[in-house]
Design a protein around this ligand. Structure first.
Ligand code: ZN
Ligand code: ZN
Length: 175
């Protein structure tokens, strides 16, 4: 998402934008197995221009798709992430009270800023280490592989052997 600085007026500028999975290079994510962004990624940006300073407030709204680590079901996770960047020309020192947001120096002749990488990074940062469809997810029965969120089973789960857990995951990935 490229913002044309020359088109901004003093004060608040609302710049809506829509990214796709492709424009953010989110199709295949190394290290994020099972995470996908199949929907439009809506970007609501409010840029406050004050002299040669730009306070960029970004709001990312989309729905991600993830696979639950416990029950292996695919689930949707709504995303509403915000971040703030401050761009300023060095010769116009920034108000020291402005501490919220990441500061970036702007060349005096800069005509635009590209926040695509920042949007991508913000989306990747919100992916949790452990993806759970719900905190209460009961997972799969380690013995018979039944999804315990959906139904019970007759196994006695007093002793959970990790080898069975691996096998039940394998079984469900094959079915
Ligand atoms: Zn789950
Ligand atoms: Zn069972």
């Amino acid at each position: 998402m490229i913002i044309q600085l020359t088109k901004l007026h003093e004060g608040s500028n609302l710049v809506p934008y829509e990214h796709t999975t492709a424009t953010l290079e989110l199709e295949s994510l190394d290290g994020f197995d099972g995470v996908a962004f199949p929907h439009t990624i809506e970007i609501r940006t409010d840029i406050q221009k004050v002299n040669h300073q730009y306070f960029v407030n970004v709001n990312i709204i989309t729905t991600a798709q993830m696979i639950c680590d416990r029950c292996l079901e695919t689930f949707d996770k709504s995303i509403n992430e915000k971040f703030r960047l401050i761009y300023a020309v060095e010769t116009f020192p920034i108000d020291p009270n402005e501490t919220e947001g990441e500061f970036r120096t702007l060349d005096t002749d800069a005509i635009n800023i590209d926040i695509t990488a920042d949007i991508r990074e913000a989306l990747l940062l919100m992916i949790p280490m452990k993806t759970l469809c719900s905190e209460e997810c009961r997972g799969l029965c380690p013995q018979c592989g039944t999804n315990l969120n959906k139904e019970g089973c007759n196994c006695s789960n007093d002793q959970i052997d990790p080898r069975w857990e691996a096998l039940s995951k394998l079984k469900s990935s094959l079915s």
